[in-house]
Design a protein around this ligand. Structure first.
Ligand code: CUA
Length: 179
């Protein structure tokens, strides 16, 4: 019997299982289980996957929290657009606003300290891509997405939008400082 031709006996599932076939079923099953348990294992021990939380919210509520943080912790402004650079205290909630086609404000964090970074879009779907760390998070409108992070290395990181969001998608970039 060939796998290419139709089976001679139409009720082929009543035939006994071939040893080779059975072996492959067992191998596939074991591999599936390994892959399945690797997901929680890697989440806990891999130190790569972020533990995300997401909450429903509105642009008004979110923007108010971001504005409060900017009012309190702005240390300087950058570029011609006078984008505030915000240095919030360690352990605090940090708000990053994504909208067509910018990130606001610029964050300045301390290495070795933990922060709760909030991400939300004011309009369409954007993507938070932190380079060169290669952290990628979808940023949705209507959802406050929270990442608990502890930057390990000082430096200037790039934030780029990695979800196509319209004509100026390619200009939607920013920076993140770690001191
Ligand atoms: Cu925002 Cu692409």
């Amino acid at each position: 019997m060939s796998a290419i031709l139709p089976p001679e006996d139409r009720v082929w599932w009543k035939q006994p299982l071939d040893r080779v076939e059975g072996t492959w079923v067992v191998i596939a099953l074991i591999w599936c289980l390994i892959m399945f348990f690797m997901m929680p294992y890697w989440h806990v021990f891999g130190k790569q996957n972020l533990a995300n939380e997401a909450y429903r919210t509105t642009p008004e509520v979110y923007m108010k929290k971001a504005q409060d943080m900017v009012d309190k912790f702005t240390v300087r402004t950058e570029t011609d657009q006078k984008i505030p650079v915000v240095a919030p205290p360690a352990g605090s909630d940090v708000y990053l606003v994504a909208r067509l086609w910018s990130w606001w404000p610029i964050l300045e964090l301390e290495a070795g300290k933990s922060y709760r970074i909030h991400l939300m879009s004011m309009d369409w779907l954007h993507g938070f891509s932190l380079q060169p760390e290669n952290i990628n998070i979808q940023v949705h409108p209507g959802y406050d997405h929270v990442l608990t992070v502890q930057p390990t290395r000082a430096g200037t990181y790039s934030i780029i939008c990695n979800e196509y969001c319209g004509i100026n998608h390619h200009t939607m970039s920013s920076k993140l400082y770690v001191k």
